[in-house]
Design a protein around this ligand. Structure first.
Ligand SMILES: [Zn+2]
Length: 87
């Protein structure tokens, strides 16, 4: 492992793999709504591999957010990913 290792390591909530923070996408779940992390509230990370595996990531989201709103997560996730790739 590199000695100058100061990039924060975070865990993907879906596959539980650890990676450097800048390679994971950070989300927030506030007031029953999923979004890209905007600087406040509780947040969690999802890796790029999992973001491409819809079923898997939605399962993880439902567990993480303690919500059974599968369809809501599915459509919201699509919006977020599309926005993210544009910027
Ligand atoms: Zn993952």
């Amino acid at each position: 492992m590199a000695k100058n290792f100061h990039i924060p390591i975070r865990m993907c909530i879906s596959c539980r793999e650890r990676d450097s923070q800048n390679r994971l996408t950070r989300f927030q779940y506030i007031d029953n709504s999923l979004d890209i992390f905007k600087g406040s509230g509780r947040s969690f990370y999802i890796c790029k591999n999992c973001l491409n595996e819809e079923k898997r990531v939605i399962k993880a989201l439902m567990r993480q957010c303690r919500s059974g709103e599968k369809e809501k997560f599915r459509s919201r996730l699509k919006e977020i990913i599309t926005d993210d790739r544009k910027s």
